[in-house]
Ligand binder design. Structure first.
Ligand SMILES: [Mn+2]
Length: 304
């Protein structure tokens, strides 16, 4: 009933230069994760190395990001075509543009509404104009909504890939000034940590699931940035921000999402193996996946 899971390694950090996320997939294979979780290992996506240049917008590695995201899009589409649930294992979060593109195209072909739930310390809603760093891993949520660098908007077959009112973010606690204006202008629903603390992550996620079901259901893509978690839980990230999610509430939320039957694709990104304490964060990745899988196995028949 729950089908099979395709592990797609995306060993790059062109979107967050030299943060260590390029080593993530290999470190997960080293602990035997795809095999132990019963996943089908679809191998690594390939792409160009970062060549050190900024373009006229001040963005770094746009050409490389576009090439990687196009390859990710094809790999994710391949798992859909073969009837599996793609798990895009980053790599930096810029790569989500590729998986979101494939998921949006898949949802459209199936005549389904398309939603994205984004777990992250950062909204990743910068444009070249607002980004302090020019790193493309700060762009993908905005790009999914059709806002941002023209060369990156071309990765998907259409734009916007996602209606802004169908993006919900959780765990946010580090927003750039101009980025906040972008979020407000687009009307994105984002839950910052004080709200998560007050209402509880699982309750917020359950509310979002009900809202999606009330709107007729659809394809939910989950994009999980490891830095959503507290750095004490998941030290192996490139851009740690204190006061994050607990592992328990994140796993419970993924279990609820799995149980809803809505989730058809998943990213787990920004695992920077070089920053990890032993394999601590690799095992956190395993727990997150196990949460989703357990939920899907026990899923009720309420959702088509
Ligand atoms: Mn992110």
């Amino acid at each position: 009933m729950s089908g099979w899971y395709g592990f797609i390694g995306v060993p790059t950090d062109v979107g967050n230069v030299a943060c260590g996320a390029a080593e993530g997939p290999a470190a997960l294979r080293a602990i035997g994760l795809p095999r132990r979780m019963g996943m089908v290992d679809r191998g690594d996506v390939q792409g160009p190395a970062y060549d050190g240049t900024r373009d006229e917008t001040g963005s770094r590695s746009v050409r490389e990001t576009a090439a990687w995201c196009t390859a990710v899009r094809n790999a994710v589409a391949g798992v859909f075509a073969d009837g599996g649930l793609p798990v895009m294992m980053g790599g930096d979060h810029a790569m989500a543009l590729g998986s979101v593109a494939a998921a949006a195209e898949h949802a459209r072909r199936q005549g389904k509404n398309f939603f994205v739930l984004w777990f992250d310390a950062h909204p990743d809603f910068n444009t070249p104009e607002t980004s302090p760093s020019g790193n493309t891993h700060g762009y993908p949520a905005a790009l999914a909504c059709g806002i941002g660098h023209p060369a990156l908007l071309r990765v998907g077959a259409f734009t916007p890939l996602l209606r802004p009112d169908r993006l919900v973010q959780f765990g946010i606690r580090d927003i750039d000034e101009g980025e906040r204006a972008n979020l407000r202008r687009s009307g994105i629903e984002f839950h910052e940590m004080p709200a998560v603390r007050e209402r509880g992550l699982a309750a917020l996620v359950a509310h979002t699931i009900s809202r999606i079901q009330a709107a007729g259901g659809g394809h939910v893509h989950v994009s999980f940035d490891i830095d959503a978690l507290d750095p004490s839980v998941a030290p192996g990230v490139g851009t740690p921000v204190p006061d994050g999610l607990t592992l328990e509430e994140a796993v419970e939320s993924l279990r609820l999402l799995g149980q809803s039957g809505l989730v058809q694709s998943l990213d787990i990104v920004e695992y920077a193996a070089t920053q990890d304490q032993g394999n601590r964060t690799a095992h956190v990745v395993e727990h997150l996946l196990a949460g989703l899988m357990a939920g899907r196995q026990g899923q009720t028949a309420l959702v088509a």
